[in-house]
Unconditional design. Structure first.
Length: 448
């Protein structure tokens, strides 16, 4: 069975609601579930899709069992259950458990374990050193990429790319959510309750809408923080698409020379987008122009990850599946500024903190840190298997999260290393050091 964390992102401190709300079934949804339950045929064993309802409300019936299964695990809800749930909602201790503080570090993980896929929200309290799973979101397919964003410049959302062709956008401020807030590229379940359409019309609409979206796995996502209504996606279908989040439609799309494994908006120039993939080509595009795709350079191996330098915005760093990490200046001919091979195996993740500290994570199970001169100043084996993802915390630039093949999140307070502490001092960081040893591996809240 496959178990792994494929992607990690950090949420800005204080971006999530301090008191998240719980999802409540509407009267129409509850009535629709009951109507389908009452009208089902004897002997039905397969999961039945209920048009217009979240997929967790589709039901399946076990053989010789007269119990409707809501989603995968729940049974019939009795009056006692309703009273118990009401008591839980009013429980001050439970409300305190889910309350988030502005100082909490929050990480989202794209996790698959025992063939169950989800997005987990991990909360880290630096003061106490506790790390736990706050809540999760069940996904329909294996997740490959995550991106935090806002809708209408408000709220806290996560866009999820999976082996399916659609992009799901979930509201992080809602607990026990049953469906995404928005689905990009697949509106096959967009029919609303009480509005029936002919099969011919639905098939026509579905075909038209799918033609606008991806037709294969969504491998990479990037939200434009300068033009907040734009989300870029790269796919195994060898296309890049720019989505208008206000309308939920594709604003522009273009063909890429291969599978698009990584994309990154420029941090200072809103229209500029970089992309890399299995064709080994680094491409740059001005998204304002219809035909502006430029193949900047071709590397010797597949490009796994891209990162723009936070202090040198014309510098972009690529990591490849041969362990090589290379930096280019996009203003100059495609000759690298520097190139190094810090790992013997693939480097699926790289990240800069805001002060220019570079971190690399590899299938060789090591994270390595490099200063401004590309000198390695620290390394650590996290003990969580082959590494597939890492990120610096948005609030503490020296708190590093990484995860991989053991489906476990681990944190490293890198300023505990003398060389990193000196780097922080030289670069003007005033981030306080903590006394907690590292790496810190996730624990349940009951253990904290």
């Amino acid at each position: 069975m496959t178990s792994m964390i494929a992607a990690i992102i950090s949420i800005p401190r204080g971006a999530c609601a301090q008191k998240p709300v719980r999802y409540e079934l509407s009267t129409e949804e509850a009535e629709a579930v009951q109507a389908h339950y009452d009208g089902r045929q004897d002997g039905e064993e397969e999961k039945v899709e209920i048009a217009g309802l979240p997929r967790k409300l589709w039901y399946s019936e076990k053989e010789d069992d007269d119990i409707m299964m809501i989603g995968e695990t729940a049974g019939e809800i009795t009056e006692g259950d309703e009273e118990m749930m009401a008591d839980e909602d009013d429980d001050p201790e439970e409300q305190e458990d889910v309350e988030l503080r502005p100082t909490d570090a929050i990480f989202l993980c794209a996790k698959t374990e025992d063939e169950v896929s989800s997005v987990e929200m991990h909360v880290y309290d630096e003061e106490s050193g506790s790390l736990y799973v706050h809540h999760d979101l069940t996904l329909p397919a294996f997740p490959l990429t995550l991106e935090w964003l806002r809708l209408d410049n408000a709220g806290s959302f996560v866009a999820v790319g999976t082996f399916e062709n659609a992009i799901e956008i979930w509201n992080l401020d809602v607990l026990d959510a049953l469906e995404p807030r928005l689905i990009l590229g697949d509106n096959s379940k967009a029919e609303t309750l009480g509005k029936k359409k002919s099969k011919k019309k639905l098939a026509k609409e579905k075909k038209k809408k799918k033609a606008l979206g991806h037709v294969d796995a969504v491998m990479s996502l990037s939200w434009n923080r300068l033009s907040t209504g734009m989300l870029a996606s790269g796919s195994a279908d060898e296309t890049v698409k720019i989505w208008d989040l206000n309308s939920g439609s594709v604003a522009t799309s273009w063909k890429y020379p291969g599978k698009v494994q990584t994309i990154k908006w420029h941090p200072c120039e809103a229209p500029a987008l970089a992309a890399g993939g299995d064709d080994r080509r680094l491409t740059l595009r001005d998204c304002r122009a219809a035909e502006s795709l430029s193949i900047f350079t071709t590397l010797n191996a597949e490009i796994e990850c891209l990162a723009w330098h936070p202090k040198q915005p014309t510098h972009i760093v690529c990591s490849c599946d041969d362990g090589l990490v290379t930096c280019f200046d996009v203003r100059s001919p495609p000759q690298p500024l520097w190139s190094m091979q810090p790992h013997s195996e693939s480097v699926p993740a790289i990240a800069y903190n805001e002060h220019g500290l570079l971190a690399t994570a590899s299938n060789d199970k090591f994270v390595k840190l490099f200063d401004a001169d590309c000198t390695m100043i620290a390394q650590k084996e996290f003990g969580v298997g082959k590494l597939f993802a890492l990120t610096f915390d948005d609030g503490n630039p020296y708190l590093l999260a990484a995860a991989g093949s053991k489906a476990t999140l681990a944190l490293w307070n890198t300023v505990e290393i003398d060389a990193v502490s000196q780097f922080a001092h030289v670069n003007g960081s005033t981030t306080p050091q903590t006394t907690h040893s590292a790496p810190i591996v996730e624990r349940s809240k009951e253990e904290v």
